[in-house]
Design a protein around this ligand. Structure first.
Ligand code: FAD
Length: 615
């Protein structure tokens, strides 16, 4: 691995995007679920929010739970709001007397990573069974908008784009990004992503995915999507990969969550136990390998607390509404796997604290309340200090527009008590148009292009805000004093912060270290008054099973676990340790969904190469 050159060492993430002529276009994470996913919702199983996250949970009133653990941290996570709350390893099963199904390679998960792993292994000659917990393919990946990629994709040649300099050199990219990761990552793994990211997306194109390059050449999106973030959909890509897998003989088994790995006496992983249709245990013999590509654990409270405490404290919600319950990670732990990427995750701003009011932890990204919370309101921490706002208007500053989404999350997560508080008054609707926030901060209105892809309830942002008011997540009070008490502030904190803010508004010039532009200075003076507790909105866990550059899961003894492979996000380590937002491009070197695609391609390739000699 070459060392970072002196020229490159000085480049920040913003510099590189500015250099990439970032003047217009979309953002990673700027996407929408096409329709409410038809995820499996059998009673008492993964994805059954009614059973798992009841709004009837007995909770302390929010005024008593204001980020107030005895050590000052935000620890009052409401376990019942999460669909999973268990960090214990899942023990492997011994070989059964007889198997129910046979294949060369069993892929667990049919989302962004799993579809690629299955298709790639089948293309290379393996007989593949792919098991999926939900009732359809695509996972959360189908809701994503864009992949990020910093070079090496053939389409980027047309713009002569590569970072840190053209032509593309994966060693130079690795050197730069290791610096961004503060060297807390495995350089071999990072090099693998840098080198294989482009080929993995090119390979998807050869399988039928139609890509288009964004105006910003860092981003690539499915061809039929527009660059309006509300309608960007990776579903075209996941559908194409599913179809490719079907044409090449992959047997998909839906509503069949993996429950345990099967291990032989030598310690080799030789199969998977699934609960077919959530009813009957079925043993699948994987003659050569098992690949875990079943997402991460954004929706498992106990795993978050143990492996990503920063997200457990700082995030107020998750927007990955399917899966993410972490069984596959726990299965890896059960066969002695090591963990990498400790305390790394990725979030956007504007996680709304529904769970503190007895609501569910995971919410649709475009639920209206999420967007309302992400506007430039007066925002303070629990001491009354103002929190900086980061603008996502593209015209203002292209680089900031992209990074605003992730960096504002860290601002909202890292202050005392790990929560921010937005406050506005009865005239708030008048101010929204002037804020003109972009990407997934933009409010849903019925006139938007392709609005039909949005679940009906959310086509008008007012509906989600009404839901929040009803749940008292967005608090509406007649006086500031009442709001102050009910948000859990000590007396005087909120009222004095508002008084200072109103003076600033009257002056028309903001003297704060990070001033708001004059057109955003709206006093909080007309009742009723509104307030809401916010934090990060988690979309990816980056802690996961330790893998080597062959995508093999590695045990705590430092040796690969025979027969077991993993791709991101069941694997960890893609952005090293202790990363809030998975720098450098909102999630990792390849964004978030791109990383899953790349990991699937790599693990499918590697399992065949290393376990099926002669294939
Ligand atoms: C609204 C939205 C917008 C987004 N926008 C972007 C974007 O623009 N750019 C970006 O880079 N990222 C974006 N993301 C994030 C991106 O979608 C995820 O990072 C990506 O889906 C991760 O892929 P994955 O394969 O790891 O997980 P998934 O796609 O979620 O796939 C995992 C699959 O495994 C299944 N599974 C879980 N447990 C089991 C089990 N025990 N047995 C069998 N199957 C199991 C799950 O049901 C799921 O289908 C967005 C996400 C959402 C929700």
């Amino acid at each position: 691995m070459s060392n970072t050159s002196s020229t490159d060492r000085g480049l920040s993430r913003r510099d590189f995007l500015t250099r990439a002529a970032l003047v217009a276009g979309g953002a990673a994470g700027a996407s929408v679920v096409g329709t409410t996913p038809a995820f499996a919702t059998d009673e008492g199983v993964i994805g059954d929010w009614a059973a798992d996250g009841s709004s009837e949970v007995a909770l302390l009133d929010s005024r008593d739970t204001n980020a107030s653990s005895s050590d000052g941290t935000y620890r009052e996570l409401n376990g019942a709001a999460f669909p999973a709350d268990d960090a214990t390893p899942i023990a492997p099963r011994p070989i059964p007397a007889s198997w129910d199904a046979e294949c060369d390679i069993c892929v667990v998960g049919a989302g962004g990573g799993g579809l690629n792993a299955a298709a790639r292994a089948a293309q290379l000659g393996a007989e593949v069974i792919c098991v999926e917990a939900l009732g359809l393919h695509g996972g959360n990946a189908q809701s994503a908008g864009m992949c990020g990629i910093l070079g090496g994709l053939s389409m980027q040649e047309s713009k002569r784009f590569a970072f840190p300099s053209y032509p593309f050199d994966p060693k130079a990219l690795t050197a730069w990004v290791m610096d961004e990761y503060h060297y807390a990552a495995d350089p071999q793994l990072i090099y693998l992503i840098a080198e294989q990211g482009g080929p993995s997306l090119d390979w998807m194109a050869s399988c039928g995915v139609q890509w288009r390059l964004g105006e910003v050449p860092v981003y690539v999106a499915p061809k039929n999507s527009t660059l309006d973030h509300h309608v960007l959909k990776m579903k075209d890509a996941t559908d194409a990969m599913f179809n490719y897998g079907q044409r090449h003989g992959v047997e998909y088994r839906f509503q069949s969550p993996a429950q345990a790995l099967v291990q032989d006496e030598s310690g080799r992983i030789v199969g998977v136990v699934v609960k077919e249709k959530y009813q009957r245990e079925v043993y699948i013999h994987a003659r050569h390998a098992v690949i875990l590509t079943a997402g991460g654990f954004c929706n498992n409270k106990a795993l978050l607390e143990r492996y990503i405490p920063t997200a457990a404290m700082g995030c107020a919600s998750s927007y990955l509404i399917g899966g993410e319950t972490g069984e596959c990670f726990r299965m890896g732990l059960g066969v002695g796997a090591d963990v990498s990427g400790f305390n790394s995750s990725a979030s956007f701003d504007g996680g709304v604290d529904w769970q503190a009011e007895g609501g569910t932890w995971a919410h649709f990204l475009y639920d209206g309340m999420t967007q309302l919370s992400r506007q430039p309101w007066l925002t303070i921490d629990r001491c009354g200090n103002r929190l900086r706002y980061l603008d996502s208007r593209v015209a203002e500053d292209g680089a900031n527009a992209i990074y605003a989404l992730g960096d504002l999350a860290t601002i909202q997560m890292a202050n005392p008590g790990h929560r921010g508080y937005i406050v506005f008054d009865g005239r708030y609707e008048e101010y929204l148009a002037g804020f003109a926030q972009e990407h997934c901060r933009k409010l849903m209105t019925p006139d938007l292009e392709q609005i039909e892809k949005v679940p009906e309830h959310y086509r008008d942002w007012h509906h989600g805000v009404q839901d929040a008011l009803k749940a008292d997540v967005l608090k509406k009070r007649d006086s500031l004093e009442e709001l102050e008490a009910d948000l859990g502030f000590a007396p005087g904190i909120l009222t004095e912060a508002v008084a200072r803010w109103n003076e600033t508004c009257e002056r028309g010039v903001d003297d704060y270290l990070y001033p708001m532009p004059p057109e955003w200075l709206h006093p909080v003076s007309t009742p009723p008054f509104y307030g809401c507790r916010i934090g990060g909105n988690l979309y990816s866990t980056k802690a996961g099973l330790l893998i080597n550059a062959k995508m093999q899961v590695v045990g705590v003894d430092g040796k690969p676990i025979s027969g077991l492979y993993a791709g991101w996000h069941t694997a960890g380590g893609a952005c090293g340790e202790n990363s809030y937002i998975g720098d450098p491009i909102l999630g990792s070197l390849m964004g978030d969904v791109g990383l899953a695609f790349c990991g699937g391609y790599l693990s499918g390739s590697a399992a065949v190469k290393h376990e099926m000699a002669g294939a």
